[in-house]
Design a binder for this molecule. Structure first.
Ligand code: NI
Ligand code: MN
Length: 232
């Protein structure tokens, strides 16, 4: 896999492929498990799955520093262009579910469904939450479910995009827990699964060991990453 995935803690991921850095849900300030500082992390493209503070995180500050394009749903892209956030229209890529765009002629970003909320930190309407399928020219396909419940149409995501890597929340309470994540693996059939959104706060009780036990020997490889660790 020429594409590399680095976990920065909670739901924050840094995916590097084709010499581009894709930063997903960069919640670093106030994240007790953060493995990078917002002033250091590279980004050419930032993806925001929904409006909650533990996903929008430092996206605005990092976008201002790096000049990265920020892709999100349309409502969040409008919020990013408001004076307090101050992103240029050309840097705020607003999409909706089912749609995609090609970043820098190289990396295709598709928005998928997610079942969750999306209110922004200041109470603004954050539209509907999403997940992402990233497709790289080397054939690596990463499905980041972001914050969501289990849903049966993950089977369609599997059939259409055949993800190499599935990034799934397992913490329970705000998202699915290990049992639902194990079922998501059956639907998605990825080569690797990266558990996410657990342990950051006490209510996020699901653990990778539980997912491993539920999947047994036949499931995809559970990549139990430490924050700061890289796969690929
Ligand atoms: Ni959330
Ligand atoms: Mn969250």
């Amino acid at each position: 896999m020429a594409t590399r995935v680095r976990w920065l803690g909670h739901s924050a991921l840094l995916v590097e492929g084709e010499g581009r850095n894709v930063l997903i849900d960069p919640f670093l300030t106030g994240n007790p498990k953060a493995a990078a500082k917002p002033g250091d992390v590279p980004a050419d493209l930032i993806l925001i799955s929904h409006g909650h503070g533990d996903h929008v995180g430092d996206a605005v500050a990092i976008a201002r520093r790096t000049g990265a394009t920020v892709a999100s749903n349309y409502e969040i892209s409008l919020w990013l262009q408001q004076p307090l956030q101050g992103l240029a229209e050309s840097k705020a890529q607003g999409l909706q579910h089912g749609g995609s765009f090609l970043f820098d002629g190289k990396i295709r970003v598709k928005l998928t469904l997610a079942f969750h909320g999306s209110a922004l930190p200041d109470g603004s309407n954050g539209g509907n939450p999403c997940g992402f399928v990233l497709t790289f020219p080397d054939g690596t396909r990463i499905y980041d479910a972001a914050d969501t419940a289990l849903f049966g149409d993950m089977a369609l995501i599997a059939r259409l995009y055949e993800p190499t890597v599935a990034v799934l929340p397992i913490g329970d309470h705000f998202t699915m827990g290990p049992r639902e994540a194990a079922y998501a693996c059956k639907l998605l059939q990825p080569r690797y699964v990266i558990p996410m959104h657990f342990g950051t706060f006490p209510v996020l009780t699901g653990r990778p060991s539980q997912l491993k036990e539920l999947l047994g020997a036949i499931g995809p490889e559970v990549v139990e990453m430490q924050a700061g660790q890289t796969l690929g």
